[in-house]
Write a protein that binds this ligand. Structure first.
Ligand code: HEM
Length: 413
């Protein structure tokens, strides 16, 4: 087993990791140990799947990775808000199980269907705003504003979606820990500002009711479980903002980029859009999720001495499940580096994770992307890249996606 050249977390590999993943799979390396980080990176589809279904061993309580906030000025800012509860993504059983039962109620099929009409209206509005220009920076003008508007509406900020993007970016920076102190201070202020805003909305929904996800969360009741507290709702809503925005943006932008790069696939997709073959458009979204995998990796902490794929891992070991590499595993996906919208097992991807922490927003984002492409490919045509050098991919250690995509197009006759 020859180790491939380079390092999975080197900046140039994070931007373009696919040669590295291919080399890892070709060499039969299912798990790589990075001693300098005391971390094991899991590349194989089967082993990523196995770890996600053993949450009692591979824990999601990775808030400890962020370390305790030592800076007194930051502590003082955070003290003006509410406790930063660990919920959903960063919680284990039994907290996670209780959260998930209550949150699943809010993400019901009727709620998602009710949002569909708004997704379509917003998609059309954004397409029409760029249609006559014949050119656009697609991320800025479509792939960001669509998911941001949807979440903004669901948390009572529909008159100010920019605020959602601002809070969401601050939360990502706070979590990534890769920013300077000035930005850390700004992020802490932004977090408390967000909490105060959310508290006023929670109080409002409790008193007056409403018709959005926030109201569903405030009202969620499950027999035998205590309702969600205000700080829990604040934390969960923040996860919706963060987990739901950048990932959906990346998939929409990445999917369009792959369609432009693969004209035969674009032709098939165009023939299916506009409600003619929604199953194929849905499969295309699954393939885009597999191919692009915006949540490239996710942490787990080993709770008790164990082994995975024959590799011993003592308690305390940090593991990163590299979903993006698992989705290019040739043992699971034939010709994994080919973007094929008719791939028969595209939906088996791990882009939403698997097991108890599998993405709670998957139905919502799937629907959003389906609607987006149904309208985009029906209203616009002749998509091309306006400026290859203008394409930007700005990854971090967990997320990867296209952040700038200058395109040209025509309005469909
Ligand atoms: C293309 C879009 C999306 C992708 C690729 C994505 C990806 C993921 C992944 C990989 C996980 C599992 C993390 C793990 O293994 O620990 C996850 C969990 C989660 N996602 Fe998503 N997500 C997307 C959209 C959304 C949306 C729209 C929302 C909410 C509005 C959302 C909210 C969440 C939450 C709250 C969790 C934590 C669930 C739990 O731990 O029980 N995501 N997501």
């Amino acid at each position: 087993m020859n180790k491939p050249e380079g390092n999975v977390f080197a900046p140039e590999t994070l931007v373009d990791p696919f040669d590295y993943y291919r080399a890892v799979h070709d060499a039969g390396i299912a798990i790589e140990h990075l001693p300098e980080m005391n971390t094991y990176v899991v590349y194989s589809y089967d082993l990523c799947s196995e770890a996600t279904t053993k949450p009692e061993i591979f824990s999601n309580d990775f808030s400890s990775l962020m370390g305790r906030e030592e800076d007194e000025e930051i502590q003082a800012i955070l003290a003006e808000g509410w406790p930063d509860e660990q919920t959903l993504l960063t919680a284990d059983h039994p907290v996670h199980t209780r959260n998930r039962k209550l949150v699943n109620l809010a993400f019901s099929a009727p709620r998602v269907n009710a949002i569909e009409a708004d997704m379509r209206a917003k998609s059309i509005e954004l397409i029409e705003a760029m249609a006559e220009k014949g050119e656009a920076e697609f991320v800025e003008e479509f792939a960001i504003p669509l998911p941001v508007a949807m979440i903004a509406q669901q948390i009572g900020l529909d008159n100010d979606p920019k605020q959602v993007k601002y809070w969401s970016d601050a939360a990502v920076d706070r979590f990534s820990q890769m920013v300077d102190r000035e930005r850390k201070l700004e992020c802490a202020r932004s977090f408390v500002e967000y909490q105060k805003y959310m508290k006023s909305k929670i109080d409002d929904r409790r008193a007056n009711g409403g018709d959005d996800l926030l109201t569903d969360l405030v009202e969620a009741r499950v027999e035998g479980e205590t309702p969600l507290t205000d700080p829990e709702i604040m934390s969960i809503m923040q996860q919706f903002m963060v987990a739901g925005n950048e990932t959906t943006t990346s998939t929409i932008a990445g999917c369009l980029l792959q369609l432009i790069r693969n004209p035969d696939q674009m032709e098939k997709a165009k023939a299916a859009a506009g409600g003619r073959d929604p199953k194929l458009i849905m499969n295309m979204i699954e393939e885009a999720l597999r191919y692009e995998t915006p949540t490239a990796g996710m942490w787990r902490i080993v709770k008790q001495d164990t082994e995975l794929g024959g590799v011993s891992m003592p308690a305390g070991t940090v593991v990163q499940l590299r979903y993006a590499a698992a989705n290019r595993d040739p043992k699971k996906f034939e010709n994994p580096d080919t973007f094929d919208i008719e791939r028969s097992n595209a939906r088996a991807h791990l882009a939403f994770g698997k097991g108890p922490h599998m993405c709670v927003g998957n139905m919502l984002s799937r629907k959003e992307m389906l609607v987006a492409f149904d309208e985009l490919l029906e209203r616009l045509d002749n998509f091309a890249i306006a400026d290859e050098d203008g394409i930007r991919i700005l990854p971090n250690i967990l997320l990867r996606g296209v952040t700038r995509l200058p395109i040209t197009f025509t309005r469909k006759a």
